[in-house]
Design a protein around this ligand. Structure first.
Ligand code: SDX
Length: 380
């Protein structure tokens, strides 16, 4: 569309979706899309993936350094003690379950939790942010328990985050490989540059709105199928395809009808997502432990059929799906699980924004009609 002739604004052409636009500096994570490398505070996730815990990732994002044993024990205890929700919030979840999606309930819970927190000065924000990191996991577990009319399992603050969440969700002690699988997932999805939900948290924080307002923005943004909602849709696809021999026809139909295939493509990665190999490896281990390889093999076949047709990269969501499914997590909890991990990055980014804030306010190029003649209503 050409600009109206007498438009005075010499505003340049907007970049659709802000593709490639650098909005700010960050010390938290770097995504090298050309080489498929993800780093948290300078540490390659390949080194973090199987050698650390989610609590170490939280320390890294909050302290800009991996913890020593003492700092790790302190963080594990803090997050463990935070895995508690006020009774009134549990009552609100009881009211909502079955009426809204788990992700909508989680968005509401984050917003309501803000009412139990005071607005505090910047230096007192990390403990407040950590409370939310702990509470989100408990909220996800309680949403599930209440909708299944199962008793709520109290958190055990002496356990690690991944282990305690699986315990609260399923009501039984998880196996070591299940704990390792969830730990890996929580580490790998904790932060990823200025993805849409993180950016929305920073835009909100940039107005000096409080932490819970910023995280409520992020949860809402993550729920979209082009972002955090893709993992649920990817699992639905794998289940719908059902067998390896169906994959070719399914994918061909998807391409013919110009459908987006969930779990593939990325705005930044030009090669496979840095997180994919680790998620795929762990998902395979989980399914080997269950001795049921069928769905994992269907996923591999789908990936092959996609890549045989179009050079689209496999993103974080495609193998997140069979990993979470392998943990017996219902698919409509996959995006809430994504939020359980990304809350570490979101809160770290909000803190970073507050520490060196400038209101985030881009311009728009007006392309509508201008200088129109006003007529009073009786003449319209
Ligand atoms: C996440 O940003 C982050 O870092 C996000 C994330 C994080 O950790 O926070 O990595 C997590 O959100 C991963 C992405 C999850 N979403 C999906 O899996 C949904 C399916 N993917 C697509 O909708 C898409 O790939 C996006 C939204 C992820 C990226 O879209 P872009 O950058 O706007 O690319 P595009 O839609 O313009 O596609 C470019 C081309 C098009 O072909 P042409 O029309 O030019 O011929 O690639 C094609 C697209 O049709 N394409 C796809 C495709 N993704 C891109 N074709 C089929 N299936 C796909 N999934």
């Amino acid at each position: 569309m050409s600009l109206p002739k007498d438009n005075k604004d010499s505003i340049p052409e907007p970049v659709k979706g802000l593709e490639g636009i650098v909005a700010a500096d960050t010390n938290l994570s770097s995504v090298n899309g050309e080489k498929g490398i993800l780093r948290y505070c300078g540490y390659n996730i390949d080194d973090l993936a199987f050698n650390t815990t989610f609590e170490e990732t939280i320390c890294l994002l909050y302290d800009n350094e991996l913890p020593n044993q003492e700092r790790l024990e302190e963080m594990t205890k803090k997050v463990g003690e935070a895995r508690v929700l006020p009774d009134e919030v549990i009552r609100i979840i009881t009211e909502l379950v079955g009426k809204t999606s788990p992700m909508s309930t989680l968005r509401t819970v984050v917003s309501v939790l803000g009412h139990y927190e005071k607005n505090v000065p910047l230096k007192e924000l990390p403990p407040k942010a950590l409370r939310l990191v702990g509470q989100i996991s408990t909220a996800v577990a309680i949403i599930h328990r209440l909708r299944k009319k199962l008793p709520i399992i109290e958190a055990d603050p002496s356990k690690g985050h991944a282990e305690d969440f699986l315990r609260m969700l399923h009501g039984k002690e998880p196996t070591k490989i299940q704990v390792d699988a969830l730990n890996l997932y929580l580490i790998l999805l904790a932060d990823h540059g200025f993805n849409a939900s993180t950016f929305s948290a920073r835009v909100t924080a940039g107005t000096l709105a409080n932490l819970h307002s910023a995280i409520t923005s992020a949860v809402g943004t993550l729920s979209g199928p082009l972002h955090g909602g893709a993992n649920e849709k990817a699992m639905d696809m794998i289940i719908e395809v059902g067998t390896k021999k169906n994959a070719s026809k399914y994918i061909q139909n998807a391409f013919d009808s110009k459908q987006k295939i969930m779990g593939f493509g990325h705005r930044v990665y030009k090669v496979d997502d840095a997180r994919k190999p680790h998620l795929k490896k762990m998902a395979k281990k989980l399914w080997e432990e269950k001795n049921e390889m069928k769905l994992f093999e269907v996923a591999e076949e789908i990936e092959k059929q996609v890549k045989d047709r179009k050079p689209i990269i496999t993103n974080v969501d495609f193998y997140s799906a069979p990993l979470l499914y392998g943990l017996d997590i219902p698919t409509d909890l996959f995006t809430p699980l994504f939020a359980m991990s990304r809350i570490a990055g979101w809160t770290a980014h909000v803190l970073e924004q507050y520490r060196n804030n400038r209101l985030i306010r881009p311009r728009a190029r007006y392309v509508g009609q201008i200088d129109r003649t006003f007529r009073p209503i009786e003449q319209r």
